[in-house]
Design a protein around this ligand. Sequence first.
Ligand code: 13P
Length: 248
Amino acid sequence: MADKLIIGNWKMNTRRDSGKALIDALSASDITNQPWVGVAVPTVYLAQAAECLKGSRIALSSQDVSRFDKDGAFTGEVSAAMLKDAGCAYALVGHSERRQYFAEGNDALLSKMRHAIAAGVTPVLCVGETLEEREAGRYLDVVFSQLAILSELTAGDYVIAYEPVWAIGTGKVASLEQIAEIHSAIKNWCLQNAKASDKIRVLYGGSVKAENAESILATENVDGALVGGASLDADSFRMICQAAGKLI
Ligand code: 13P
């Protein structure tokens, strides 16, 4: 089985001290060997996190990237080149909270994917349906329409994270059958419609915790996890990473 990728998305949490303490606790624990681990920290703390992660195998991720790539008059924006310069290996793109609160749609997200790839930062494209869309039986159409931008990319490495909106921060987890169905559908879609390699990784996100991580990560076509709340607690995140390590 290939190595799993586990990324902790801190969202708009932590301060300078608590973020450093979290990274120090993770670096001191045994998760640095296997599997692949990353932390997506708030932009303002990326440089500090990069410093704390020196010599560690834990990768740094941003939570977003600008849709603009040229330096210039884009107040408040952070470009892919800046993220690369700050030490980011990954950038989250199109998280459902960005789609919901910042109206990010496919045009902007395609630019973000392109710029991240061009800068050598691996984008993690987040997709997923709302509860209403799930209950109306439209979840596959919704996810495929979010994936559509991948057919516009000519090449490049990227990761996909399937995060059903109804499972984010709610404690409700998609069933293993639901996860298996959609992960397989996402991979098939990518193979048919995008120039994705057959090694494309699809992570699951939505209320992943120490208690449910092993069964989720053992599900077919689940190549890792994008972890929100549980990544803010070093012990919980370490246990999730260890669950992934057992499956390698
Ligand atoms: P929770 O793990 O808190 O449900 O969040 C998932 C998520 O949105 C990760 O990006």
